[in-house]
Design a protein around this ligand. Structure first.
Ligand SMILES: [Zn+2]
Ligand SMILES: [Zn+2]
Length: 279
């Protein structure tokens, strides 16, 4: 019965999730789980007592992101799963602290204990995707906790809070960032790449030619977010530069005052026109 349950579970996961998200091979597997934000963008807050090591990100400043990198759940299925044994697993993430990851691991245990005898991977997946941030009290702000060994070693060794099960839990909960100062820059980079990825594949209706175009063929003004196809915006820029009306390289949307960035103009117009614009 175990064997059949397991096979059905794995087939179901394979049919629901794509191969980049779910991998399984010879009783071990991996799930990449993207936690859903309840508010987007979510603000990121950095510990005031720790320099981020980068002048672009002053201490404590709140920065918003729309995407967070996934948790990685690595698991193996023991022989008696699901009849009596739960999957062995570890949970890793770059932006949660070890104690937050431990809390999630204990919650996965609890879900298993309530459902012992039944396949559990999808329940775990669903919890981590849909409920984990709320469960950790992360709604509109993600406070990046500085709980790296260099900062907390002493309290871990001497503190009364170290329980007998801790050793086991430390191995299940894996914080993958080596240095606290790296987390915010990595989150911002991830968010930029994801936004870019989403933009180039999304479809936009150009407000000049009214045609639907893929993002990769469009330009988006930075502050207002208005989008036009490259063909239209190129002619628009070129006409204005040719007429010498350089100051009006602003978003064509009526009433909008957002100016185009120099590199957007450079990408859109012929070199000799860009040279004129630059002067
Ligand atoms: Zn157009
Ligand atoms: Zn605009």
């Amino acid at each position: 019965m175990n064997q059949e349950d397991r096979e059905n579970e794995l087939l179901a996961l394979e049919s629901i999730l794509d191969s980049a998200t779910f991998k399984f091979n010879d009783s071990t597997g991996r799930l990449d789980i993207f936690p859903q934000l309840s508010i987007s963008p979510i603000k990121i807050h950095v510990d005031l007592n720790c320099g981020t090591g980068n002048d672009d990100f002053p201490n404590g400043e709140l920065r918003g992101v729309n995407f967070l990198p996934p948790y990685e759940l690595n698991f193996s299925l023991p022989e008696n799963y699901p009849a009596s044994e739960s999957p062995k697993f570890n949970l890793s993430c770059m932006w949660l602290s070890t104690s937050q990851l431990n809390k999630l691991c204990r919650k996965l245990d609890e879900i298993w204990n309530r459902n012992t005898g039944n396949v559990i991977l999808y329940d775990w997946y669903q919890f981590l995707q849909e409920e984990s941030l709320d469960f950790l009290g992360i709604t509109d702000i993600l406070h990046l906790r500085n709980e790296f060994p260099s900062a907390t070693n002493d309290s871990r060794i001497n503190g009364a809070s170290v329980k007998s099960q801790s050793r086991n839990e430390f191995r299940r909960a894996i914080q993958t960032t080596l240095n606290y100062a790296e987390i915010l820059p990595m989150l911002l980079k991830y968010d930029r790449e994801k936004c870019r990825e989403n933009f180039i594949t999304a479809i936009f209706a150009c407000n000049i030619c009214f045609e639907d175009k893929k993002g990769m063929d469009c330009l988006q003004f930075k502050d207002c977010g208005h989008v036009y196809c490259k063909k239209c915006i190129s002619s628009y820029f070129e006409i204005h530069i040719t007429e010498g009306a350089i100051s009006s390289l602003i978003c064509p949307e009526p009433e909008c005052k957002t100016t185009a960035l120099p590199n957007q103009v450079k990408d859109a117009v012929k070199q000799h026109l860009y040279d004129r614009y630059e002067k």
